[in-house]
Design a binder for this molecule. Structure first.
Ligand SMILES: NC(=O)c1ccc[n+]([C@@H]2O[C@H](COP(=O)([O-])OP(=O)(O)OC[C@H]3O[C@@H](n4cnc5c(N)ncnc54)[C@H](OP(=O)(O)O)[C@@H]3O)[C@@H](O)[C@H]2O)c1
Length: 258
């Protein structure tokens, strides 16, 4: 895991965003020791951008840029501090993301995709990642032929148990990542994946970029993220930082439902 280093003390925009994320970086340092010693699941940071009304995209299956430049810089800095970066297959199909660190100095995290049926496209940019093999976490619903084809194209595929909805079981996914030596995981989206991690109480820290727009699009949560008898989740010791016209809300996930 890469921790706070000299490159972020140079007065740049990423240095400014690093300063308010120091609490997260301290938590990552602790997690690095804990995960290494006890082989527990990776530390999970949830980071995504939403409009004021809670939309993470304008329309389903349409690519849509939300954050300001400085917020993107911060996202890339966060990426560089994590061992792995996870998205759902719909985000791959919609955005064809590279999931690399391009807007600051730092190493690329290992890209990970949740893809129960292996719909991953053969021409995805993640197959041309500059230095990391994309890791596809799938289930027994994936065709053996697709597994073989994608592995031949450079992907790593792991077949994991299904959850009650037939999707990749998240506890098994995190165990798989821990077994591979991954100590910190950044989860970027999309909505289904964010909801699954929150409902499973598998998020340690949140960094949410709130963009001053009203969109009325795809909502980040499409239902309660706690059982009926519990209030929702909350962020403990929540920090609020303006950045490039956006508002960054960050802190450890806690509260009554956590
Ligand atoms: N604003 C942001 O920060 C941000 C960030 C990322 C993405 N996005 C946007 O989000 C949208 C995509 O979101 P989405 O909700 O449609 O899809 P998603 O969260 O990217 O992917 C969801 C899919 O992942 C697969 N999956 C496998 N295991 C899962 C599990 N345990 N929990 C949840 N999903 C699992 C499922 O497909 P299978 O059943 O086929 O496996 C599921 O339908 C795009 O428009 C993208 O641009 C926005």
């Amino acid at each position: 895991m890469r921790l706070f280093d000299a490159r972020e003390r140079d007065g740049s925009a990423t240095a400014q965003s690093a300063a308010f994320l120091r609490a997260l970086f301290d938590r990552l340092a602790d997690a690095d020791r804990d995960v290494g010693r006890r082989r527990i699941r990776p530390f999970v940071t949830l980071s995504y951008a939403q409009s004021i009304d809670g939309s993470i995209a304008a329309r389903p299956s349409r690519s849509f840029a939300l954050s300001s430049g400085p917020s993107f810089d911060m996202t890339h800095l966060l990426r560089s501090r994590h061992d792995a970066l996870l998205v759902g297959i719909n985000t791959v199909l919609t955005d064809d993301p590279r999931l690399t660190v391009r807007r600051c100095a730092g190493d690329n995290p290992r890209p990970v995709v949740l893809d129960s049926r292996l719909r991953f496209p053969m021409d995805a940019r993640l197959l041309a990642h500059p230095d990391r093999r994309v890791l596809l976490l799938t289930t027994g619903l994936a065709a053996v032929g697709s597994i073989n084809r994608l592995e031949a194209m450079g992907a790593s595929v792991r077949v994991l148990p299904q959850d009650e909805s037939g999707r990749v079981d998240l506890a098994a996914a995190l165990q798989c990542l821990a077994d591979m030596g991954i100590r910190s995981l950044m989860v970027e989206g999309g909505a289904s994946v964010i909801g699954s991690f929150l409902r499973a109480r598998l998020v340690d820290y949140c960094v949410i970029t709130v963009v001053p727009r009203l969109i009325g699009g795809v909502k980040v949560l499409d239902g309660p993220c706690s059982p009926d008898d519990l209030p929702g989740l909350s962020i403990d010791g929540c920090g609020y930082e303006p950045l490039g016209g956006d508002l960054i809300i960050h802190g450890a996930l806690g509260g009554p439902g956590a």
